[in-house]
Design a protein around this ligand. Structure first.
Ligand code: ADP
Ligand code: MG
Length: 229
């Protein structure tokens, strides 16, 4: 469903991703684990077209997207929940979700969204800025989901979120993959969360994927070693 081949990305003269390659299947969840500064956000921004790709290929369901503008990538089936959520604080919860429906035929929010995140129904008239971090994260996921993506990218969704809500988010991601034909790519530093949601785990270090493991075969000590400073 998602295929990334030999992706190189640079900030000016400074190369940040040095040839990233991986595939992810339909209904598969893949976690990209790595410490701060290792290239997770750069990878996701380049997959979304927020950062230009220097070279390499990215396909979604067989369609090349690496030279497209972001809105075209969304139309081809990729959606993004950025690090730090980036919801609109002065819009209501409902309006925030509707920003994901801008190019849709109907502005009505599908019921399944509120079924996944009941708290968003309760809060639908509140301003996004008045929600807790965990509620904002659920809102950002809802906004991405209404575009009906084939591939959903989540950049450190558990960052700064309390443990009980982290569990809710893991549950929601596992529900989403049951309900839909979707591939989920999540970047993380929290190993317990990654093990709850991901079929496979990668480790990114210095802009390169340096380790890959299936969930069942995960050497927890080894991954913790990668994640420790
Ligand atoms: N806007 C930028 N300009 C220059 N270098 C950047 C910029 N953003 C990130 N970098 C560098 O790219 C590397 C990867 O950063 P990033 O993708 O944000 O890592 P992560 O998300 O894993 O914490 C780091 O060395 C970081 O300093
Ligand atoms: Mg980051």
């Amino acid at each position: 469903m998602l295929s990334v081949k030999n992706l190189f990305v640079a900030y000016g003269q400074s190369e940040a991703l040095h040839g990233i390659s991986f595939d992810a299947a339909n209904k598969e969840t893949v976690a990209i684990m790595g410490r701060n500064g290792m290239g997770k956000t750069t990878l996701f921004k380049s997959l979304m077209g927020v950062l230009p790709t220097r070279s390499g290929s990215v396909t979604v369901a067989g369609q090349e997207i690496s030279q497209d503008e972001s809105f075209r990538r969304v139309a081809k089936g990729i959606a993004y929940v950025p690090q730090g959520r980036m919801i609109f604080p002065t819009l209501t919860v409902e309006e925030n979700i509707q920003t994901g429906l801008e190019n849709a035929k109907h502005r009505k929010i599908p019921e399944e969204i509120y079924a996944l995140f009941p708290v968003l129904w309760d809060m639908r008239a509140r301003k996004g800025g008045n929600l807790s971090g965990g509620q904002q994260q659920q809102l950002a996921i809802a906004r991405a989901l209404v575009t009906n993506p084939k591939v959903l990218l989540l950049d450190e969704p558990t960052e700064g979120i309390q443990p009980s809500i982290i569990k809710d988010i893991a549950k929601a991601l596992n529900e989403i993959r049951k309900m839909r034909e979707i591939t989920i790519i999540v970047s993380e530093q929290v190993l317990s969360f990654a093990l709850e949601v991901a079929d496979r785990l990668f480790v990114i270090e210095g802009g390169r994927l340096v380790h890959e493991t299936a969930r069942a075969d995960t050497d927890i000590a080894q991954i913790k070693q990668y994640l420790s400073v």
